[in-house]
Design a protein around this ligand. Structure first.
Ligand code: NI
Length: 185
């Protein structure tokens, strides 16, 4: 249902996610993992502000909870009970299926995301925008190039959900090319 997000839902989902990710840090930093969660949610909120008419509760709840199934002990049943079936289904689509071979997981997740409402697509776009930060020092040039290519795949598959986020992601992909340059040049 279209409409402005409920601040009580944001409060509840944020506490759930921050608790679920407690003790995890952002790779290569001492920052709590919930910083990533907040950044993804803020990207989504900016996109919602740029164009009205979305189910904002679905978008912000999926943004705040998008990594709890993949990275914490939280279960789909728990999400369904606390946030309803639409949020649980959205977060499930945003979670890679660990039973698949690694190289098939992204394509499979993108296919499942495309079966979800556009608000769920927006979360995946926001997630990759946030993740196109300077790569950790141990990443090889091949890994950096593959991560950038994968971002292009996400943009092609989901970009139509939000011109705002598609524009942001396209720009981040362009800028990310700088990390492919040999260091010290
Ligand atoms: Ni994420």
């Amino acid at each position: 249902m279209a409409g402005a997000w409920s601040q009580d839902l944001v409060d509840r989902a944020w506490r759930f996610a921050a608790g679920a990710h407690l003790g995890q840090t952002l790779p290569g930093t001492d920052l709590p993992y919930s910083v990533h969660v907040a950044l993804v949610c803020m990207e989504v909120m900016a996109a919602l502000r740029s164009r009205p008419g979305h189910d904002e509760d679905l978008a912000v709840a999926c943004a705040l909870l998008h990594d709890v199934l993949e990275d914490t002990p939280a279960s789909v049943e728990e999400l369904r009970a606390a946030f309803g079936p639409a949020v649980a289904a959205g977060v499930l689509a945003l979670s890679k299926d660990a039973s698949l071979p690694r190289e098939e997981r992204m394509t499979d997740s993108l296919r499942r995301i495309r079966e979800q409402p556009r608000e769920v697509w927006m979360v995946k776009l926001a997630d990759r925008i946030t993740n196109l930060a300077p790569p950790p020092p141990h990443w090889t040039p091949a890994k950096i190039a593959a991560y950038r290519d994968e971002a292009g795949e996400i943009l092609r598959a989901l970009g139509e959900a939000s011109p705002f986020l598609a524009g942001r992601l396209g720009k981040k992909i362009e800028e990310y090319a700088a990390f492919l340059e040999p260091a010290g040049r």
